[in-house]
Design a protein around this ligand. Structure first.
Ligand code: ZN
Length: 95
């Protein structure tokens, strides 16, 4: 798990997840120990955004030959949840 850039204390998984979840506003992650705020780097945000948007488009276009709105929506929801769940491991911070 990612560590505080200031005091090296490890962030909690839920703490990082909470910074990603609120409608992708990419809030600062504040260290519980020293209170230092960490911004999520632009490249990390891009990777998560691209994963969330691009992959389902490819999936729908190339895997599902017959479009089905509810099935695709279900797949997309599952995909987004998966990406969000692993996002604390993907993202990087800067000061
Ligand atoms: Zn700290």
């Amino acid at each position: 798990m990612k560590k505080c850039l200031n005091c090296k204390k490890e962030f909690k998984y839920t703490q990082v997840l909470r910074s990603v979840l609120p409608r992708f506003k990419w809030q600062l992650v504040s260290c519980n120990d020293c209170g230092k705020g960490h911004k999520i780097t632009f490249s990390s945000r891009s990777v998560v955004s691209i994963l969330i948007t691009a992959f389902p488009i490819l999936l729908v276009q190339y895997v599902f030959q017959e479009p089905s709105f509810f099935r695709d929506l279900l797949w997309f929801s599952a995909w987004v949840i998966t990406i969000l769940a692993i996002s604390p491991y993907i993202i990087k911070y800067k000061e």
